[in-house]
Design a protein. Structure first.
Length: 193
């Protein structure tokens, strides 16, 4: 049971709908210029904005208190994943996106962090299979790490102007469609960063 189980599913109601939760213009299967609206827009739920952010007010304290903000970190992450998919199911959106630390807590050591990430990703993959909700993108939160936040600027500034450009580093995104083991793929991707 999650905090969102009591909410109704959001449905298309048309421009004259009286239901305050009804979609008035977005109808996922409606054809627009030969493609479904869902294919044009690819709507998704951002894990960070919807389930991690605490509503911190610049003039005061956080304004949101969620059940998964408390307790043992790994169990809280599992509770957050369950609630996230309950919420996403009610919205009826086809995708979600996240950064690694959005879904799993950071441990004292990389091995512990990776183990917790694997456990949470297994739960998430189960929800994905059950609901059909797919991952639009998943990546590592390197901007929260001071060393990585500045590194591209430092590398660019340190390179002489006549030097050959550095080899680009391709972003490593995780998707269960591109790997037989999504959790292993994300874990591998995170270790490369």
């Amino acid at each position: 049971m999650t905090v969102f189980d009591h909410l109704p599913h959001v449905r298309f109601g048309g421009p004259d709908a009286t239901d305050p939760l009804a979609l008035r213009y977005y109808e996922k299967d409606r054809a627009v210029l030969g493609r479904r609206m869902e294919d044009w827009l690819r709507p998704s739920v951002a894990y960070w904005h919807s389930f991690v952010a605490n509503g911190l007010d610049p003039f005061g304290a956080p304004t949101q208190d969620r059940p998964w903000f408390h307790g043992e970190p790994l169990q809280a992450a599992m509770l957050k994943a369950d609630a996230a998919f309950a919420f996403m199911e009610r919205l009826g959106l086809p995708f979600f996106c996240f950064h690694d630390r959005d879904v799993a807590p950071e441990g004292d050591r990389p091995r512990q962090s990776n183990a917790m990430l694997d456990q949470v990703l297994e739960r998430i993959e189960g929800h994905m299979q059950r609901t059909g909700i797919r991952l639009l993108w998943g990546t590592a939160n390197l901007f929260g790490w001071e060393l990585m936040f500045s590194s591209s600027l430092v590398k660019s500034a340190a390179r002489p102007p006549d030097a050959a450009p550095a080899d680009p580093v391709a972003p490593r995104f995780w998707s269960p469609r591109t790997s037989s083991s999504g959790a292993a793929r994300l874990r591998q991707s995170l270790r490369h960063h």
